[in-house]
Write a new protein. Structure first.
Length: 395
């Protein structure tokens, strides 16, 4: 039996032992959404492995532009209905009325706005919270809505979900959850995996190249990265930056590039294919992130699996995705971000050491481990529930 079949057998055994034949997952956006990011990669990877192990999986999300409302992907069912805001009440109503059939367990994926599953869900359930949004609310919403979102997340939800089994990506995200009132004994840390296609190979760019990957949105603060690269060029004059991704900030970022006069050194690649992304990571001397809020930083571990070290801001998520000094460097401010970029571009010994460390660090993150740990949490809930008086009727 191969390692792959061993892992699938283990998943199947866990599910069978707990009676988990059909699992429903609720998420805000689907992988095929034009605004899909790291959060939207997570659920499909887990669902694919569960489906390969013989579990029937349904993922319910909002509509994805240009895609049908019902589809099958990698062995599981996808239901894409309702808009960005209506998806929450409509998905909850569909689940409460069993519109998409009976389920043995539920996974709620909480990305900013919760589905309020404690109010309506019955049976085994886990809630995946990628990270606490905190100051992100002010970056993406008008003041009144931002205040409402922050109040809901920091004051209302911890009380509502006080008995719920929670899962998050990193120890630093768990600490933030505990700070706003979640229970230590009910929060598990399960890191994301790295797809095997992210691997070393290809040819390194002949001149220093930094790549930033992600949605061009305020929280990513790509403007800081552009300025840091400009500052780093004082010591590494050949340094270039490629930004991969699309988003509402692109026009402003392009204006900044022209304002700084670095349009020959900062390039916008837009949305690229998976194969192109792997090739870009392999060519880069470093991957960089100047984000102010992350649950993990999946682009950093993807690049690490290609042997590409990271330079990133010291924030929750980044401190977990990067083994500081081994797979990358963390910066406390913009000036240090620029210094680290210049160091990676000019210090060959440092870069070689970080490249080797990145491969070692990334090797510990697999989607099989992620899918197994989440399923084990669901199984614990299912098995524990059978031995709790009255548990069958408690959310």
């Amino acid at each position: 039996m191969t390692d792959s079949s061993d892992h699938l057998q283990k998943l199947g055994d866990i599910a069978a032992r707990a009676g988990l034949r059909r699992i429903h997952m609720l998420a805000w956006r689907d992988l095929d959404d034009v605004e899909a990011g790291g959060s939207e990669v997570h659920a499909p990877e887990v669902a694919r492995l569960w489906a390969e192990a013989g579990i029937e999986v349904v993922i319910r999300t909002s509509f994805a532009q240009g895609h049908p409302s019902h589809a099958h992907r990698d062995g599981y069912q996808v239901v894409r209905k309702a808009g960005r805001y209506l998806v929450f009440p409509r998905a909850a109503a569909s689940e409460a009325t069993r519109r998409y059939g009976e389920r043995d367990a539920l996974v709620e994926i909480w990305n900013g706005m919760p589905f309020f599953s404690p109010l309506w869900a019955r049976g085994p359930r886990v809630v995946f919270l990628h990270h606490v949004h905190a100051d992100m609310w002010k970056m993406v919403l008008p003041p009144n809505l931002a205040k409402l979102g922050d109040t809901l997340e920091s004051r209302v939800a911890p009380k509502l979900y006080r008995r719920s089994r929670m899962i998050t990506l990193s120890p630093s995200s768990k600490r933030e959850m505990l700070d706003i009132g979640f229970r230590d004994d009910l929060v598990d840390v399960v890191p994301p995996g790295v797809d095997p296609r992210f691997s070393p190979g290809g040819e390194l760019s002949p001149t220093p190249l930094v790549v930033g990957v992600g949605r061009l949105v305020p929280v990513k603060r790509f403007d800081r990265l552009i300025r840091a690269v400009v500052a780093a060029r004082q010591h590494a004059p050949e340094l270039e930056l490629v930004l991969v991704g699309t988003g509402p900030d692109r026009t402003d970022l392009e204006s900044l590039v022209h304002q700084l006069g670095v349009q020959d050194h900062v390039h916008f690649a837009g949305r690229i294919s998976d194969d192109e992304l792997v090739a870009t990571y392999r060519r880069a001397w470093a991957v960089a992130s100047s984000s102010v809020r992350e649950g993990w930083g999946m682009t950093l571990t993807e690049a690490a699996a290609c042997g590409t070290p990271a330079v990133a801001t010291r924030i929750p998520g980044h401190v977990d995705a990067i083994a500081e000094g081994q797979s990358g460097l963390l910066a406390d401010d913009d000036a240090e971000l620029a210094r680290h970029l210049a160091a990676v571009a000019t210090d060959h010994a440092l870069r070689d050491r970080l490249r080797a460390g990145a491969l070692v660090h990334a090797s510990q993150f697999t989607w099989t481990n992620t899918a197994t740990q989440i399923l084990e949490a669901l199984a614990d809930e299912a098995l524990g529930r059978r031995h709790r008086p009255g548990a069958g009727s408690r959310a």
